[in-house]
Write a protein that binds this ligand. Structure first.
Ligand code: SOE
Length: 396
């Protein structure tokens, strides 16, 4: 609820395309659905193309704009820096923001490498400010409910997680070589862009991975040049082309520290799957299944169900008992993709108000990066690779 006595948290966001729109919308809706101790204010939007930036700032309700993100970071009237830019800019921006004493929230994957992610974590720790990484799918009520079921021991010992993130938006060979297909800008392809989400969900729900093995494949090696133009659309320059140097698809197997086994697949070549982010977890006392494209539903199976009723049943996770669901509509009145970001930002605001230490934070981002790097090494060497332990930075 918007309140006259609430502390205003002045947001400065860098980037204004797809994720910029998603975050802007979430900040705007936040006070409408959550009664938080602080109120986010859309203060300033940064970007490079002034014409596009101004139009985006006007359309999304930002009070002002800056064409140089460094000026934004230096401003005294900004409390939060929100980074929704391509991955190769995350480290420099987040470190500068932390050094300027700002709270920092950053899109995934956190960085291009483990060493960059380590420096980012070091910077926010030194600043003592609140930090989060946008693994938004943790915040679907059904996913939060799975977390609760696992913590309460309702599934018993966990044996398996199998998860897939399946998309098809770059299948057409004439789709251009946008930044998400360039290693120097994105770090990796399907692995970092969408694999990072399911690997994060696995860490969140099942625990830390001990070792991984992976294979990666680039199906289309050369594409016309071009750039993203909004959402997942792109503009193409048909005269010139370039080499794709990231994975189109990746498959991973993992052994978890708690003995569970994981099988993961992330691809942008699964025709007909627009945004299929799914997992199934099997434990000694039950199983759960979730699919983003039907995100309010959770399928559950419990071994203790009576013989005639054994099997998966579908729960609509829109009851007050399902985390975050009560903030929205009455039971059965479903929510969507954008609400996962509103829920995530509610936790970020609570963190800034001093109520919680919200996660996933940069430590989660770093650990996710360690898994991504281990998968890449495994794909290169054809061996199982240990995932280094969370908790400490290299050299500490
Ligand atoms: C494109 O693959 C994309 O927008 C990802 O970058 C997001 O992280 C994912 O949530 C949806 O797909």
């Amino acid at each position: 609820m918007v309140g006259i006595n609430k502390r205003r948290v002045r947001i400065g966001m860098i980037g204004h395309r797809f994720m910029g729109k998603v975050h802007s919308h979430a900040y705007r809706d936040l006070p409408f659905f959550f009664d938080l101790p602080v109120e986010p204010v859309l203060s300033d939007l940064a970007g490079r193309n002034e014409e596009e930036l101004k139009a985006a700032a006007d359309a999304m309700g930002w009070a002002s704009y800056e064409t140089d993100w460094r000026r934004l970071v230096e401003r005294d009237d900004i409390d939060v820096i929100d980074i929704v830019t391509p991955n190769n800019t995350h480290a420099e921006m987040a470190i500068a923001a932390a050094e300027a004493g700002k709270h920092v929230i950053c899109e995934k994957p956190l960085a291009l490498s483990v060493s960059e992610a380590e420096r980012m974590l070091e910077a926010v720790r030194k600043a003592g400010t609140v930090h989060m990484i946008c693994h938004n799918y943790r915040f679907a009520p059904a996913v939060q409910y799975v977390k609760r079921l696992i913590e309460e021991g309702r599934l018993g010992r966990i044996y398996h997680i199998r998860a897939q993130y399946l998309q098809d938006w770059i299948m057409d060979p004439s789709f251009p070589l946008v930044w998400r297909l360039k290693k120097e800008v994105s770090g990796s392809g399907a692995l970092g862009d969408i694999g990072s989400h399911i690997l994060d969900l696995a860490r969140f729900l099942v625990g830390e991975m001990d070792e991984v093995t992976g294979m990666m494949k680039t199906f289309i090696q050369e594409r016309p040049l071009g750039e993203m133009s909004g959402g997942l659309n792109a503009r193409t320059d048909r005269e010139r082309s370039g080499q794709v140097d990231v994975d189109d698809a990746v498959a991973v197997m993992a052994r978890f520290q708690n003995g569970a086994l994981g099988v993961f697949e992330a691809t942008r070549f699964a025709g007909g799957n627009r945004n299929g982010n799914r997992f199934e977890i099997n434990g000694e006392k039950g199983s759960v299944r979730w699919d983003l494209e039907n995100m309010n539903h959770l399928q559950v199976y419990f071994t203790e169900d009576e013989a005639g009723l054994q099997g998966f049943r579908t729960i609509n996770c829109t009851e007050d008992v399902h985390p975050y669901a009560g903030a929205y509509w009455p039971p059965g009145h479903i929510i969507g993709y954008e609400h996962t970001f509103i829920n995530l930002l509610a936790e970020f605001m609570r963190g800034i108000a001093g109520e919680t230490a919200p996660t996933p934070d940069f430590e989660d981002g770093l650990q996710n990066q360690r898994v991504l790097e281990a998968v890449e090494e495994s794909a290169r060497t054809g061996t199982w690779v240990k995932v280094s332990r969370p908790g400490s930075l290299t050299g500490q």
